[in-house]
Design a binder for this molecule. Structure first.
Ligand code: UGA
Length: 447
């Protein structure tokens, strides 16, 4: 009998995982505690913008014409416990208010609600990003609460998907990491992931703490790479060098690699910033804080970039106050191909300039609704052209393809002043300068 799978929590991670499991051929039941999300998903609609996800969902959600019917959603814990052989826990672990540590309340609540109903053998698989040590604690809690006792096991299987590439990363992961306590758990997870493993995804088996640490270590390394190149950008600015050339040149060394070396206003989103902070907090609890003090510096280099973008804008406008200055901002999301504005560097820069008296008008291809909700007092325009009309300066803060394809000459006709500052080092300086724009980017010479 094929395994039956449940997915608890239907955010970016859970919704994608549920659809991907159905795509792999399993019967899947997804659960969320937010009724609106369940209603949307049941209609085959995705509550966020994620390329390809809605199509995949509609291919499998029961009741949609032509679907395989393998994917359903519910809010009923007893139904989930009764249905599933494998339960994936995909709820979020945000930063605690006013602290670096991670808020485990959603994971704890999900595991407890599920465990109470587990009356038959099952494997509970944690996917959420958690502080090391959580799996061991949760395994004990499940043993305490589950009516089936030792017949219910826990495994930890961190997720490495990127927003914007969630479907691809889930169906074709570059590695699958499983923290297990028994051969039985490993065997079950090998069955779940037989297709991607058959297609070549490496399958790494570890203990609980290693599996939990792989995730935070990976995100810390990525954050470090970005802050490294941004530190080089600061030095390039001081010394008159060009960080884009520098990144290209060091990237040819295969040991360094060219990815994640794009200097600019730095990293944001719902993962990297909170994950490095939670990692520092946890290391502190374990008495290993010295090992991670460098992450404090990674965080400060990153946060400094936002202020530096504001100062670069001030300087480009002639110094002094932003009062009365019209500033067009292209991009609000924390990265392209997502509508996510959580801890977005772009929105942070827009907000700072607005709060200092600038007249800021923001345009983003997909993030407008979320941006308006988070920062309702900013000005918003329905297109890049409308945002740029009459502007004293244009800030390029999220590198959407739409912005790279803008026609600098046509846009120049609309702008008050042809002055563009590229906070992502993603536009072609030659094109913009040829169209009469003053183009400046972080960590690169002025002309
Ligand atoms: C990140 C990791 O890349 C995923 O592997 C991980 O699964 C995920 O967090 C998570 O923990 O759930 P994501 O937050 O979607 O994924 O975004 P990234 O593509 O990592 O980008 C993060 C930030 O870094 C963005 O703000 C992006 O603009 C910035 N960035 C990225 C740079 O500033 N420079 C670069 O060269 C690359």
């Amino acid at each position: 009998m094929a395994l039956k799978i449940t997915v608890i929590g239907t955010g970016y991670l859970g919704a994608t995982h549920a659809a991907a499991m159905a795509e792999l051929g399993f019967e899947v039941l997804g659960l969320d505690v937010v009724p609106e999300k369940i209603e949307m998903l049941t209609r085959g609609e995705v509550p966020m913008y994620e390329p390809g996800l809605e199509d995949l969902l509609r291919k499998h959600v029961a009741g949609i014409e032509g679907s395989t019917g393998r994917l359903r959603f519910t809010m009923d814990w007893a139904e989930v416990a009764e249905f599933g052989d494998v339960h994936f826990v995909c709820v979020n672990t945000p930063q605690k208010h006013g602290e670096y540590a991670c808020d485990m309340s959603y994971v704890d609540a999900a595991v407890e609600s599920l465990a109470k109903h587990l009356g038959k053998p099952a494997l509970v698989v944690g996917k959420s990003t958690v502080p090391v040590g959580s799996a061991e604690r949760l395994a004990a809690r499940i043993l305490e609460l589950a009516p089936a006792g030792g017949e219910v096991e826990l495994a930890w299987n961190p997720e490495f998907l990127r927003e914007g590439f969630a479907v691809q990363d889930t169906l074709h992961p570059d590695r699958i990491v499983v923290g297990v306590c028994s051969d039985r758990a490993e065997k079950t997870l090998r069955e779940v992931y037989a297709t991607p493993v058959g297609q070549g995804s490496p399958f790494v088996v570890t203990d609980f703490p290693t599996a939990e640490l792989v995730k935070t270590a990976a995100n810390s390394f990525l954050a470090t790479k970005i802050s490294f190149i941004n530190a080089m950008a600061e030095v390039c600015e001081a010394a008159g060098g060009d960080v884009a050339k520098l990144a290209e040149a060091i990237g040819y060394d295969e040991r360094i690699g060219s990815k994640f070396l794009r200097a600019g206003i730095g990293f944001g989103g719902g993962c990297l910033p909170k994950d490095i902070r939670a990692f520092m907090a946890r290391a502190g609890e374990l008495g290993a804080d010295q090992a991670l003090t460098f992450l404090r510096e990674i965080d400060s280099i990153n946060m400094r970039r936002r202020g530096q973008m504001v100062e670069m804008t001030r300087e480009a406008l002639g110094g002094g106050s932003f009062l009365g200055k019209r500033v067009a901002v292209l991009g609000a999301t924390f990265k392209p191909d997502s509508d996510d504005v959580r801890d977005s560097p772009a929105l942070n820069v827009a907000g700072q300039i607005h709060l200092q008296g600038g007249q800021v008008t923001v345009y983003d291809p997909k993030g407008m609704d979320n941006a308006r909700r988070l920062f309702p007092t900013l000005g918003y325009a329905e297109s890049a052209e409308a945002a740029v009309r009459g502007a004293d300066v244009v800030l390029h803060l999220t590198e959407w393809r739409e912005f790279r394809e803008l026609d600098p000459a046509a846009l120049g006709e609309l702008a008050g002043t042809r002055l563009i500052l590229d906070g992502r080092n993603a536009l072609d300086p030659v094109l913009w300068r040829k169209a009469g724009w003053t183009y400046r980017a972080m960590g690169r010479p002025a002309a």
